[in-house]
Write a protein of this length. Structure first.
Length: 115
């Protein structure tokens, strides 16, 4: 499985960005997919995840209400809508899925929020 993340960029505090993640390869089934983020010198942290059907989502407590994860029309497209961004949201954002106990990561897309 290959994951490609898109949509990062530079935005002012209070602005919005939408990240996209496309899965390719073993696309015969939908997978639980999610997003993590990482800043230099810190561990990668969980952001959000969504179930295979898209009916259930999980968020880091600190991000509830500002971030939303949802699936696209294609079952292997996942989006992360980020609103009211803060400088503390600046990080490299990674798309993730886990299949049979194996983790797959996208290449990361940089989000920079200026104050």
């Amino acid at each position: 499985v290959q994951l490609q993340a898109f949509g990062g960029g530079l935005v002012q505090a209070g602005g919005s960005l939408r990240l996209s993640c496309a899965a390719s390869g073993r696309t015969s089934s939908s997978y639980t997919m999610g997003w993590f983020r990482q800043t230099p010198g810190k561990e990668r942290e969980f952001v959000a995840a969504i179930s295979t059907s898209g009916s259930s989502a999980l968020y880091a407590d600190s991000l509830k209400g500002r971030f939303a994860i949802f699936r696209g029309n294609s079952k292997n497209l996942v989006y992360l809508q980020m609103d009211n961004l803060e400088p503390e949201d600046t990080a490299l954002y990674f798309c993730h899925t886990e299949i049979r106990f194996v983790d797959y990561w996208g290449q990361g897309t940089q989000v920079t929020v200026s104050s």
